[in-house]
Design a protein around this ligand. Sequence first.
Ligand SMILES: [Zn+2]
Length: 456
Amino acid sequence: MKQRRDSSSLITWIFFLSLIGGAIFIYTSSMFNRNAPEVKVDKDGYWNLKDPLHVNIKDQSGIVEYSVTLNVDNQDYVIANEKLMKKENNVSMDVTPPKQLFRLRSDKAKITITARDASKWNFFRGNVTKQEVNLVIDSKRPVVTDLTNSYAIEKGGSALVIFKASDEHLKSVKISTNFGKDFYAQPFVKPGYYIALIAWPITQPNFRATIVAEDMAGNKAEDYVRLYLVDRQYKVSNMEVKDAFLDGKIAQLGDEFPETAGVSDKLEKFKLINETVRAKNEDLIHKITSKVDQKKMIIDFSIKPMYPLVNGAPVASYADHRIYSYNGKVVSEAYHMGLDLASVHQADILTQNPGHVVFASYNGLYGNDPIIDHGLGLYTLYGHCSSLNIAVGDEVKPGQILGKTGMTGYAMGDHLHFGVLVQGVEVRPEEWMDTRWMKLNIEDVIKDGKSIIEKQ
Ligand SMILES: [Zn+2]
């Protein structure tokens, strides 16, 4: 009796254990995968009927069956209905619109995608996905018009553009250039109107700018910005590197940078500082000054001519191409991306324009190097300062003293390295210091743009 009870409870135990084991197997085995196929439809549900609509179905255990149906005005159009001989982990499809769709002129459609996978789950029926995606049909291109802009742009200089861009489903507006850099715009005065500063980098032999608007469905429109191009020539300076300079300033700077650690050759140290460290410092400057608030509407952009140093005399020019030689052999080169001004030692540095302090610390060759954001992607930079009166996050007012000139970083004497940047591109500071240039290229363009917009 006792023996029988023991053996029957053992059987019961084995039965339960194998049930649990089986359940664990089903739950963990990839054969019984419980994840249904994943469906993705391109362009967030917008379709221009020109580009094929991209549909992707993905599944771990493999897709064995799928269908794609388009529904417009309560009418179904079967695009695909497939049973696969061999299961697929990925099914991609480019859906082209059926001819009827063009006739219907409906702005709404629905795409239904069903897919079944090879999993043994659901009593061997597999996991099934049925996904409906509502589509907005939009085959209309945005409207883009350049309303007004600066008459000319100089190589190394800036220009202002005011334009109109409209579309029911507008996604982005920008100004593309022939050298791959995009400039971004801010809304101006009224919805549908935009303003942007653009710049011609000194390293680019040509300049061409095109306003580009794109909508959610991928429809694109462009308008070329008509600008008179002025190919300004910049100075090339041959500079002899002296031992006193290598043993002095370069040796001293060499101790600051990890890039020159362990490098004993003084010429090698100079090259690393002039090229590698400079590139790193300028990358940081470009990163900080590239930002534009594309959401913030500009009602007015009033900027006054800049004179950061009272009685400051220019001591080195913007875009000076410096070619360095040592013992008669060219060893390195660099572009001087600002205007050097000097007056007395530790002179006050002033701003004539309001702004927001976005950087206020040490930056390698540029020394103590505050950067101020004046809006619309316009930034000013003040290198080699001996002391600073401002901190990141501060709002500065016209007439405020930012700090004092000095010779921190790569500077041989007390001076201010004044830089002006437009969306990460160093531009000619003299334009922004010239009352006449600013009236013609900024103030008048804004006035003109506003009067055009008010009439529309
Ligand atoms: Zn300088």
